[in-house]
Design a protein around this ligand. Structure first.
Ligand SMILES: Cc1ncc(COP(=O)(O)O)c(C=O)c1O
Length: 385
């Protein structure tokens, strides 16, 4: 079976982890944590980092830092992981959905603009933030989001879990366009370092920001809101979302070879595209001129004319020894939210279509050219049967 993901760990990871074990710094203090926070923040162009136990926890903390009042709203894409919606709900807010656009599968900024302006026109004061989610390695078009946030005083919480090292050409219509790292474009950004991410700490996550007060709040929330001056005395409730020194050691070791990791992913993306681009009805990932894609996962969407949905396609690929993963199911389609009557009567047709017709192919860092060839031959055989 060719696995959908396989991490690629090296000698440096072993060396750093061994140092934790040799010195006894195995828990949530130690030199690797601060170093990983500082270096990851600097890599992404942000000032502060707060390492947490996973990307879901990072979103939970990031939304808490936005300071919602009960019933306040955050706009999120309909096509994303449930972690985004639940972070809003667990913080007393209401997620509002916007569909994705059909090329990059990221939040549709035209629809976002219409939704924000409609709320503003109606004098709705509930909207507090926008949560763009970069999908499968490709950046969201951030300029229109930044413009809306500036105009209407909204916070941007950027979910960069899937785009380590991806870049966005910021201000492309202005005098000074600049390439910036995803996760360095909003007020607060979040990352996951789960085993399938470009950088993995096994489980892990981080919150980044340029704002010192938010950084302090994030650090406090991840550590039960302990107060430095008076132990076991709490003014606020927090979580135990701490990352360990061992996990940070893994992350730091990989950050040292980030360019190599990105190069491998881009090679994989190009190799798939070269081999699959002539198959009719098979939509492949795009790279917009304002984006540097890192191909976290190589997603494909089958046109309905092929006469097969992603479930059937995945079954046939599995029969040929190829593991895949389905695309996200839209937030409006989640039974847990339907039960609560959330998103009732709203429709998100692009999300519905790609959720039904999309899956991602094996995309791990350990993938070989011969595995890519096998996957592409199988895809071709199944579709052109
Ligand atoms: C866009 C996005 N956000 C958040 C998460 C949650 O991260 P974690 O699995 O580390 O909790 C993921 C997980 O892959 C994700 O894809």
């Amino acid at each position: 079976m060719i696995p959908v993901n396989e991490p690629l760990l090296g000698e440096r990871e072993l060396e750093y982890v061994m140092e934790c074990i040799r010195t006894g710094w195995i828990s949530s203090a130690g030199r690797f944590i601060e170093e990983f926070e500082e270096k990851w923040a600097a890599y992404c162009g942000m000032k502060h980092g707060a390492a947490v136990s996973n990307g879901t926890a990072a979103l939970q903390v990031a939304v808490a830092c936005a300071g919602l009042k009960p019933g306040d709203e955050i706009i999120i894409p309909s096509f994303t992981i449930i972690s985004c919606a639940q972070a809003v709900i667990f913080n007393g807010g209401i997620p509002v959905l916007v569909d994705c656009e059909p090329r990059t599968w990221c939040m549709d900024t035209e629809q976002l603009k219409a939704k924000v302006e409609d709320k503003v026109k109606k004098g709705d004061k509930k909207l507090k933030a926008i949560m763009p989610v970069h999908i499968y390695g490709h950046p969201v078009d951030m300029d229109p989001i930044i413009e809306l946030a500036e105009r209407y005083g909204l916070i941007i919480i950027e979910d960069a879990a899937e785009v380590h090292g991806a870049e966005y050409l910021s201000g492309r219509n202005g005098a000074d366009p600049t390439w910036k790292k995803c996760g360095g474009l909003g007020h607060i950004s979040t990352f996951s370092f789960y085993a399938n991410k470009l950088i993995t700490t096994g489980e892990g996550g981080m919150v980044l920001t340029n704002d010192q007060t938010i950084a302090e709040k994030a650090r406090s929330l991840r550590n039960l809101c302990f107060r430095p001056e008076k132990r076991f005395f709490h003014n606020e409730l927090g979580h135990n979302f701490r990352l360990t020194n061992i996990q940070a050691a893994l992350g730091l070791a990989q950050l040292e070879r980030m360019e190599e990791i990105i190069a491998k992913k881009r090679w994989m993306g190009q190799a798939y595209t070269e081999r699959l681009q002539d198959i009719p009805g098979l939509q492949l990932p795009v790279e917009e001129p304002w984006a540097n894609h890192v191909y976290w996962m190589y997603g494909v969407v089958l046109d309905e004319s092929i006469g097969m949905d992603a479930v059937e396609f995945a079954r046939l690929l599995r029969e040929q020894g190829i593991e895949t993963r389905p695309f996200f199911l839209g937030m409006h389609d989640q039974p847990v939210f339907k039960k609560e009557g959330l998103f009732q009567g709203e429709s998100f047709p692009v999300t519905d279509r790609i959720a039904r017709q999309g899956l991602y192919l094996p995309s791990g860092l350990a993938i070989t050219e011969s595995q890519i060839n096998q996957v592409c031959e199988a895809v071709r055989r199944i579709i052109l049967k």
